[in-house]
Design a protein around this ligand. Sequence first.
Ligand code: S6P
Ligand code: ZN
Length: 186
Amino acid sequence: MDIKAAEALFNGQTGSLTGNNVKTTVRKLKDITNIFEDQAALDGVDLEQVAYKVELHEPEPEREGGLQFGTSYLYPGKVGNEYFMTKGHFHHILNRAEYYWGIGGKGVLLFMDEDRKCWAENVEPGTLHYIPGHVAHRLVNVGDEILAVGACWSSDAGYDYGTIQEQGFAVRVKEINGAAVLEASK
Ligand code: S6P
Ligand code: ZN
């Protein structure tokens, strides 16, 4: 029996994933305009720019008991004074937990439970974040470089984007006097 090469490669410095079963999804600003509070401020920004990309290693899509692994790359920028962020989601199977870890850049991870109680953690290279089941999660880039964040979660977790699309998060992350600040959503 031969010892085979790994099916995929993970670059721990950059988060880059390559190889078999790796796919990339891209979200442009035009795909996520509704998540920002200051809709008027969207007039001044290029909606064709990429807001974030996700590289995903998905060896067993949707299989109960399987795992998947991804790197999210969130670009720096703001709409008004609100930083670029991911759409954010609960998992479709609500009880599925997830690990995140910081690889590059400077961010904030927003958590929100089903009672809309929110909390947040700073993300930077080396930080580890546990997202329990039943908790929505969103990444926010509060720095000047790409925020790269690794993740590992259950293959069957799926995505519930609808709840966040309809109700949003109860807090937003904005730049106020040059610093990242949490503010209650209007
Ligand atoms: C999946 C995991 C991440 C996000 C990614 C983009 O469970 O939490 O891979 O999908 O950060 O965020 P969103 O909210 O657009 O899926
Ligand atoms: Zn998730």
